[in-house]
Design a protein around this ligand. Structure first.
Ligand code: FAD
Length: 441
């Protein structure tokens, strides 16, 4: 690794003066307590690639930054020299409303993009906590899915194409701007979910959707998680206009519903979208299913509903109370009910709080707890539980002190050799976010 002076000189030679972030702001780019030597905010894709190439030639380590809302996700970096902030790449490059496609730079905030698309009655069906901060590049790099994933799938499902700056100084293009695009390896999907370990996403093309004419949110309160999951799966099987379907434990429900909190009951929250008739029919059928299972129903006014869903999206995010931890279990939908039952009793036995946000139809269960070192035992037990049910578990966000005691990604994977080869092919010098990803990649 070149000395700091050489590194800074090389980066400054590769980037314009305006792109160098003032030194006093370096603490804003801390990752697990580590600070970079220099932070750069490039103005375009070519400058981004030049900075990566300069860093690589100095054997330096670069971590890309979007809105920083998910920087607590991932292993502790093995090295960290350059923070590469993509937020100046924030333009909507092209929006062809007739074709339902949009091309946007990776530093654009999700909220800004949605506001732009809404002018033409359209939206990108991706939802994220803190949309005013989360960037398109960060959402793609973490392939993160919010409650809308129930109906709309992952970010990679809406991706048409992508441009990526690589540590060898090239900017590559994958896919296209139209729905039917070129044959070949879908490289865009490779970079999605790669957590900044292969290159820097600088631009992406997406399919978009017309905004639904009507939306509503219904709430059902259940005495037990098992009955709630049964009702959720019955509703899902009806194939109605359900956009999000989250099952919250009592603690989580009390945190997001506030005025509507119902003490010690599980809460099934459904967002419904479509034309007015379809929304009303879905509300009727949901009420019939849930009251048939003994649930009490409630509905939220539109403005209350948006606040509640934003709180649900933010449930897992890392907050200042340093000993909190968020994990995500992935299971077959049929295993969600047994997992919920055991997870609650396991946490109770360890005298630890547990906020749960489950998406039964997707087999995804987010659990949030706090309690310092004691939670490492709970993580091991819940990981064994998920494993015994044929699933797995990753730690989405936790304090650095806990990361040294837990493998956040859950140990080795059958495709580790292939992943190491891909990493080697695209980033031979380990420039991109070394140590942050699966298997310490
Ligand atoms: C507990 C938890 C729950 C979450 N829940 C949801 C959710 O419900 N819905 C949802 O959509 N998201 C969720 N997220 C993810 C997150 O909040 C955002 O979706 C998104 O990842 C944040 O974007 P950002 O710009 O803030 O990314 P950042 O926090 O800046 O970066 C996230 C990761 O992507 C890398 N990265 C950032 N920009 C780029 C780029 N241009 N090229 C390559 N790599 C890049 C970073 O190095 C980092 O590893 C969750 C995250 C956590 C930790």
């Amino acid at each position: 690794m070149s000395d700091n002076g050489t590194l800074k000189a090389s980066i400054k030679a590769a980037a314009s003066r305006a792109s160098i972030v003032p030194r006093r702001r370096l603490p804003d780019y801390a990752v697990d307590g580590l600070l970079p030597q220099i932070a750069v905010s490039p103005a375009n894709a070519e400058e981004t690639a030049a900075v990566l190439s300069a860093a690589a030639s100095c054997e330096a380590a670069v971590i890309p930054w979007g809105g920083g809302t998910a920087m607590a996700t991932g292993g502790i970096p093995r090295r960290y020299d350059v923070a590469l902030d993509v937020t100046r790449l924030n333009r909507v490059v092209e929006h062809v409303a007739e074709d339902l496609t949009v091309v946007v730079q990776a530093g654009a905030r999700l909220q800004e993009l949605q506001e732009h698309l809404a002018h033409r009655g359209q939206y990108l069906p991706l939802d994220s906590p803190l949309p005013e901060r989360a960037t398109i590049g960060g959402i793609l790099a973490s392939n993160a899915g919010g409650p809308w994933r129930h109906a709309h799938g992952w970010p990679r499902d809406w991706l048409l194409g992508m441009r990526v700056a690589l540590p060898d100084g090239n900017v590559i293009k994958s896919g296209g701007r139209v729905v039917k695009n070129v044959a070949g390896y879908d490289m865009g999907k490779l970079f999605t979910g790669s957590f900044g370990t292969l290159g820097v996403i600088v631009e992406a093309a997406f399919k978009v959707m017309p905004l639904p004419p009507a939306r509503a949110t219904a709430v059902a309160f259940f005495k037990s998680s098992g009955v709630a999951v049964r009702a959720a799966m019955a509703l899902h099987a009806r194939n109605l206009r359900v956009e999000s379907l989250d099952l919250l434990s009592a603690d989580a429900a009390n945190a997001v519903l506030v005025d509507h909190a119902k003490g010690n009951l599980w809460c099934l929250l459904a967002a419904i979208a479509g034309n007015r008739g379809a929304v009303e029919r879905t509300l009727r059928e949901m009420a019939a299913i849930c009251t048939g299972e003994g649930a009490a129903m409630a509905s939220l006014a539109p403005e209350q509903a948006e606040t509640v869903w934003q709180r649900v999206r933010g449930l897992g995010l890392q907050t200042p109370d340093r000993d909190a931890l968020t994990l995500r279990a992935f299971l077959l939908p049929s295993k969600v009910a047994p997992f919920l039952e055991s997870a609650e009793s396991t946490a109770r036995a360890r005298d630890l709080p547990l906020q749960i946000d489950a998406r039964p139809a997707l087999g995804a269960v987010y659990c949030r707890t706090a309690g310092g070192e004691r939670v490492t035992v709970l993580v091991r037990e819940l990981r064994e539980l998920a494993g015994s049910l044929g699933g797995g578990l990753v730690v989405e966000a936790c304090a650095t002190s806990l990361k040294s005691q837990i493998d956040v990604w859950g140990g080795s994977r059958p495709d580790a050799v292939l992943m190491t080869r891909v990493k080697g092919a695209l980033d031979a010098r380990r420039t991109m976010s070394p140590g942050r990803f699966v298997g310490g990649l």
